[in-house]
Ligand binder design. Structure first.
Ligand code: ZN
Length: 283
């Protein structure tokens, strides 16, 4: 059980210990929009109970900030509880989830001692059915909510949710508070800083920003994280430009985050850099 805490007007965030992940409920005249659904059918049953205890209305729709299972595998539980409510996501998040969910379940098949293994493996994956490519507005009656794809970053299909009347923004895993930002083998490290510039453009100095993991932050925090991710990208560009081979790049760079977390970032960055910016090592 987690208590939904109101972080801005009619915006409640519950923070769950498994993955330290946030689920946010946004209230409007017509009901609730729930952003992210946690990591398994069983985990989402707890979230549904917590949403009900909030007594802020029925769930009208779901948003998935990106495809990762700790944000999407609860979709089916919400559907079986609240009916066939629309599930909104960026179009790339749908294909990534369709493609990646089997791989993810396999990870738990290979690690049967994980206490969540049976729940994750047994979860029926429900794909978002309302997609968009750049932006969409959802009408909650007295409140308009914007879904914006700021570009690639943590994944190719990240979205942020902006609630203009409350000056609040739900950032998904483009921003993390309780750990360094996560660069997986589906991340876009060279694009991520630029996408965060777009996100910053949607905020004010007074904005409340809810990260995918951890406590709410302000714009200044996002600026700092944008600069750190920018250093990761520029370091990758510099190493590749100097012809440092990929297998030496991690040790050769000076990073704002522990280097053991950046293996995928460097590999992806090398892969994504245009040829003209990579120099072949001199033989
Ligand atoms: Zn994620």
């Amino acid at each position: 059980m987690a208590d939904f805490a109101e972080v801005a007007e009619r915006i409640w965030v519950a923070r769950y210990p498994w993955f330290d992940v946030n689920v946010t409920a946004v209230g409007g005249e017509r009901g609730l929009l729930v952003v992210d659904t946690h990591g398994s059918a069983a985990a989402a049953r707890e979230v549904v109970d917590d949403v009900r205890r909030l007594r802020a209305g029925e769930v009208l729709g779901i948003v998935n900030t990106h495809w990762h299972f700790d944000h999407t595998f609860g979709n089916g539980t919400f559907r079986s509880t609240f009916g066939t409510v629309p599930i909104h996501a960026h179009e790339n998040a749908v294909s990534e989830l369709a493609e990646g969910s089997g791989r993810l379940k396999q990870r738990y098949v290979d690690d049967p001692d994980d206490p969540h293994a049976a729940d994750v493996i047994g979860t029926e994956v429900v794909l978002p059915d309302h997609t968009f490519s750049s932006a969409r507005v959802l009408d909650l009656g007295d409140r308009a909510i914007e879904l914006v794809h700021p570009g690639r970053g943590h994944t190719s299909g990240d979205l942020v949710v902006r609630i203009p009347d409350a000056d609040a923004l739900l950032a998904g895993d483009l921003v993390e508070e309780s750990a360094p930002p996560y660069f997986g083998d589906d991340s876009w490290p060279m694009d991520w800083p630029l996408s965060l510039d777009i996100v910053l453009g949607l905020t004010t100095p007074a904005s409340v920003v809810v990260p995918g993991h951890g406590a709410p932050v302000d714009r200044e925090f996002v600026e700092t994280q944008r600069n750190e991710i920018g250093i990761v990208a520029e370091t990758i560009r510099d190493l590749a430009g100097r012809g440092v081979p990929l297998d030496q790049a991690l040790d050769a760079g000076e990073w704002p985050y522990p280097s053991e977390r950046l293996g995928a970032a460097v590999a992806r960055g090398y892969e994504h850099l245009p040829r003209s910016q990579k120099r072949l090592p001199l033989l």
